[in-house]
Design a protein around this ligand. Structure first.
Ligand SMILES: Nc1ncnc2c1ncn2[C@@H]1O[C@H](COP(=O)(O)OP(=O)(O)OP(=O)(O)O)[C@@H](O)[C@H]1O
Length: 373
């Protein structure tokens, strides 16, 4: 067993149903103690991947290893109950005829310490007064706490959570997801979460894998996904943003209608190449004295901040987020400036690579190494 290696490895994995490939060539590595998230639009293969890790479906190519042991390869699927993997489902899936205590103790019935462990877990999930109740006597949030405690009881090496909070509403959802992160971090439990809620993914995860049509486009920290997306899909799926056209001036600067945008990342496209530059709402700042002007054509009050939609003199649009103390009116012409230190640009058709030896991404700061294609 390689203690230095990642806890969970998906190696060149292809998986799906009855020889139909849904997810292809997936490489993903989760370190011990980390919380990873699979994020992507509906039908992109998140749950299929989770089911393959759990051992509910055989895999078609590649391998899945946990703690250095092979769990799945083509024609071999270790049974789910032998994997040391816990599961938490969207619909809680509690045993309706068992009390809260007995639900939690279900996977450790033969353990002489079962009573003590159950009591500790009841306290951990703040249900110590409710051990004798039955699932139908609990709220949704309480039921999900029981499901979490039940999954943690056998001390799994890995916890899988499939849309665990999607049956709960706004505020409870946010609170419980934060609480579950704290519990997992406190216990050092590694986990993979499936969600299509970006805010939840950002709040809970150390690393997020963004899927598109069965392919992993990027496996990275929330910070890097937002500020350093590797593909146009990740750039537009994660966070808000607009692309504006520009021409490469040097390897780290682009001439655009907003002036020269310079970043901390070098590209090796030839000077003069046309590229699309990503601008997030927080990259545009209010700058009354600036010669750069934009017209306010949309306004959404968010409380602490206001999201403005801006139209540039060329007719191109952008979004900008300003503190809500700055109150512009619709139709107003305002001064803006670009304050982006992350230059994120993508090739447009016809973009030419400069034949220099410049590394394309040596200034990037990944938290982990990523095999994203
Ligand atoms: N049991 C099954 N048999 C055959 N195809 C399936 C099965 N389950 C899911 N699929 C197909 O696999 C593809 C991926 O589904 P999957 O459930 O993995 O998506 P997802 O990313 O989890 O989506 P969502 O966010 O909507 O849950 C879909 O096209 C779906 O129709």
């Amino acid at each position: 067993m390689d203690k230095q290696g990642p806890l969970l490895s998906l190696n060149d994995l292809s998986c799906g149903y009855q020889n139909q490939i849904i997810v292809e060539d997936l490489n993903l590595h989760l370190n011990t103690g980390d919380i990873g998230c699979l994020l992507g639009p509906s039908g992109c293969g998140k749950t299929t991947t989770l089911r393959a890790i759990a051992g509910f479906e055989p895999i078609l190519k590649g391998s899945i290893t946990l703690d250095g042991n092979t769990l799945s390869r083509p024609n071999f699927t270790l049974a789910p109950e032998k994997r040391r993997i816990g599961m938490v489902f969207q619909d809680y899936a509690l045993f309706p005829h068992l009390s809260v205590e007995n639900n939690i103790a279900f996977g450790i019935r033969k353990n002489p310490q079962a009573k003590r462990i159950t009591q500790e877990l009841l306290e951990l999930v703040k249900l110590d007064q409710l051990g004798k109740r039955y699932p139908h006597e609990l709220s949704g949030g309480q039921q999900q706490r029981v499901a979490l405690a039940r999954a943690l009881a056998p001390e799994p090496s890995l916890l899988l959570m499939d849309e665990p909070f999607s049956n709960l509403d706004g505020e409870l959802r946010r609170r419980l997801s934060q609480e579950v992160r704290d519990i997992l971090k406190h216990r050092g439990t590694s986990a993979i979460l499936v969600t299509h809620d970006q805010e939840e993914a950002f709040a809970m995860s150390d690393n997020i894998g963004v899927f598109n049509k069965g392919r992993l486009e990027q496996w990275d920290s929330p910070f890097n996904l937002y500020h350093e997306p590797l593909t146009p899909f990740v750039a537009s799926f994660v966070g808000q943003g607009y692309f504006i056209r520009g021409q490469m001036l040097t390897n780290d600067s682009v001439q655009t209608e907003l002036g020269v945008i310079r970043g901390n990342r070098a590209y090796n496209w030839a000077a003069g190449s046309t590229v699309d530059v990503l601008l997030r709402p927080d990259d545009i700042i209010d700058s009354p004295e600036s010669p750069l002007k934009a017209r306010i054509i949309g306004k959404t009050f968010l409380g602490a901040a206001t999201l403005y939609r801006l139209e540039l003199p060329t007719g191109n649009q952008l979004e900008a987020i300003f503190t809500s103390h700055i109150d512009h009116f619709l139709g107003e012409e305002v001064g803006i400036a670009v304050a982006a230190d992350h230059l994120v640009a993508f090739a447009t058709p016809g973009t030419v690579a400069a034949h220099s030896n410049l590394p394309t991404s040596d200034k990037r700061h990944y938290s982990i190494s990523a095999d994203s294609h």
